[in-house]
Design a protein around this ligand. Structure first.
Ligand SMILES: Nc1ncnc2c1ncn2[C@@H]1O[C@H](COP(=O)(O)OP(=O)(O)O)[C@@H](O)[C@H]1O
Ligand SMILES: [Mg+2]
Length: 349
């Protein structure tokens, strides 16, 4: 007579091929039923459609079949819910169970991109200014810990103050700003290990006195790394906005971020296309990088397309020197591109 304990014990020897831990410890074994020589096992995968499914299936079958008296092994696959996945992550990273951070803003917009250099920070900074101009209370969290540029783009030159373990963000033109750039000396490369990154980002959410802004914009690192996962876990209210350039190839890269968002349960709010065209003096447009990538990505991901930002020397100059496009008549037409987009975003609130 085979017992559940025997089956559990033998399953302890089966490791998840990617996480290299026993599937029993990872709580992937959901159910064991034994009917004479027939063993039925329910396995919960961390990712539905996990590419390692076949491998797990054969490893489990092999291990259990080796038990005396087993005639047949039936495996049923299911997938873990968000909470169970978070518990796996905590176990693997040796962190305590993540708690949700308290409500920090009415709308949390996480700005992301498939790769660097597409203007994610430029878009974040200008949207912040545009929302502030509309009278919203705005916070900006520069979570791009590998390439913080938000303080410079928003013209922030002072550092935040720290009082009794509370971080008071710098406030400039009604925008509250926090960046890792405030806490490391200039030009020092920061080497991040996963847990430290997780802790720092969490601190930026829990220890910063955001004072309940209407909108918190987050400039995320490009791609699908640890920061994005932490945000997905901690800030379940966060919504993702993906920035891409118009090339179809770039849109495909950005599409991976959209796919990842779904996997980690961040809702995708929409797509912004940057560097869409160059405006010639006669007002015609030259599509230097091709056309349509942003719309294509939005269509494929089934999300909103918020609009296009032209490629313009002044956008770069102002971003790099921290000047605002929003308070001068000669740059007003450029600010308009961001105003249109912030209007469309606000229409989703
Ligand atoms: N629409 C634009 N027109 C001109 N220059 C731009 C535009 N968007 C971004 N840039 C410039 O391109 C460079 C990269 O932009 P940045 O916002 O730092 O990208 P990311 O944050 O995606 O790495 C910066 O020098 C920025 O000033
Ligand atoms: Mg950037």
């Amino acid at each position: 007579m085979i017992t559940r304990e025997q089956v559990t014990d033998i399953l302890r020897t089966v490791n998840d091929p990617e996480l290299h831990r026993s599937i029993v410890d990872l709580k992937m074994v959901d159910r064991i039923e034994i009917d004479d020589g027939l063993v039925e096992i329910g396995i919960k995968l961390t990712i539905p459609g996990c590419p390692m499914k076949a491998r797990i299936e054969s490893d489990v079958t092999k291990a259990v079949t080796a038990l005396e008296g087993v005639r047949k092994v039936n495996i049923q696959f299911g997938s873990m819910n968000q909470e169970e996945k978070a518990a796996v992550r905590s176990m693997v990273l040796g962190q305590p169970e993540p708690e949700e951070v308290p409500h920090i803003a009415d709308h949390i917009l996480a700005i992301s991109s498939g790769k660097g250099g597409v203007g994610k920070s430029t878009v974040t900074a200008n949207l912040a200014r545009s929302f502030a101009e509309k009278g919203y209370k705005v916070g900006v969290l520069d979570a791009d810990v590998y390439g913080f540029s938000i303080p410079r783009m928003l013209g922030v030159t002072t550092k935040p103050t720290v009082v009794d373990n509370m971080i008071i963000p710098v406030e400039q033109n009604n925008i509250k700003v926090i960046s890792m750039g405030f806490f490391v000396p200039d030009d020092t490369p920061v080497i991040w290990r996963g847990p430290l990154l997780h802790k720092t980002i969490t601190q930026f959410m829990t220890d910063v006195v955001w004072d309940n802004p209407d909108i918190l914009l987050m400039d995320l690192p490009p791609g699908t790394g640890d920061v994005t996962i932490t945000i997905g876990q901690k800030l379940t209210a966060a919504q993702l906005i993906v920035v891409t350039t118009p090339q179809v190839a770039a849109a495909n890269v950005a599409g991976r971020v959209a796919a990842m968002a779904e996997k980690i349960n961040i809702s995708l709010l929409g797509v912004i296309e940057n560097m869409s065209y160059y405006q010639l003096p006669d007002n015609s447009k030259e599509f230097i990088f091709g056309q349509g990538g942003g719309q294509l990505l939005a269509d494929r991901a089934g999300t909103a397309f918020f609009g296009e930002i032209p490629l313009h020397r002044i956008i770069r100059e102002y971003a790099d020197s921290g000047k605002s496009l929003f308070d001068q008549t000669n740059t007003d037409h450029l600010a308009d591109a961001f105003r249109v987009i912030s209007d469309r975003i606000a229409a989703t609130f």
